[in-house]
Design a binder for this molecule. Structure first.
Ligand code: GDP
Length: 176
């Protein structure tokens, strides 16, 4: 019997963007028990015939330097953005630019999640693309896609999960 294919996915972004909450949501766990990620968490998700090993590496400034320890053999990157934290979008852009310059991540597909869409001050996905200048930064050099998400939303839980799953589906199919 053929073994299911494993994919290695890095979940990155500034601290407080919602990375851990998104992971919990994908696993169908309680999203209210989230505490800041200090080391890293590996979350495994079965998707179609694939086993996704998702590395949620903390985003605090002091640990961003350790991100590079996880770059080897990465198939995909999920970059989580707090769409309501406009003040830190330039910081967010700079960090993303740095990791996209990494040789070892050159082949990785990129899924950008414009998270916290439920907050009233949240920028739209189009606006996030503009603020992060994603078209200029990434251009046609790699496959990338942006999806909106509201990982914490209480209402329409099924919609929230569907949308998240559709974004994961895009990533998995792009890698496969
Ligand atoms: P991480 O540091 O990127 O792992 O972020 P966390 O998952 O710990 O989330 C940081 C904070 O943002 C927590 O208080 C979450 O409850 C909150 N949060 C995460 N996602 C959302 C979202 O989509 N909407 C709102 N309103 N809050 C969110």
């Amino acid at each position: 019997k053929a073994r299911e294919r494993e994919m290695r996915i890095l979940v990155l972004g500034l601290d407080n963007a919602g990375k851990t909450t998104i992971m919990k949501r994908l696993k169908g766990e309680d999203v209210h028990s989230v505490s800041p990620t200090l080391g890293f968490d590996i979350n495994t998700l079965e998707f179609d015939k694939y086993k996704l090993n998702m590395w949620d590496v903390g985003g605090q400034q002091t640990i961003r330097t350790y991100w590079r320890n996880y770059f080897e053999q990465t198939d995909g990157i999920i970059w989580v953005v707090d769409s309501a934290d406009v003040a830190r979008l330039s910081d967010c852009r700079a960090e993303l630019e740095t990791i996209l310059m990494e040789e070892r991540l050159a082949g990785a597909s990129l899924l950008v999640l414009a998270n916290k869409q439920d907050l009233s001050g949240a920028l739209t996905t189009e606006s996030v693309v503009e603020h992060l200048a994603l078209n200029d930064m990434i251009g046609k050099k790699r496959h990338w896609q942006v999806f909106p998400s509201s990982a914490l939303a209480e209402d329409h839980t099924a919609d929230v999960e569907n949308l998240l799953m559709r974004s994961i589906e895009w990533l998995v199919h792009d890698i496969a």
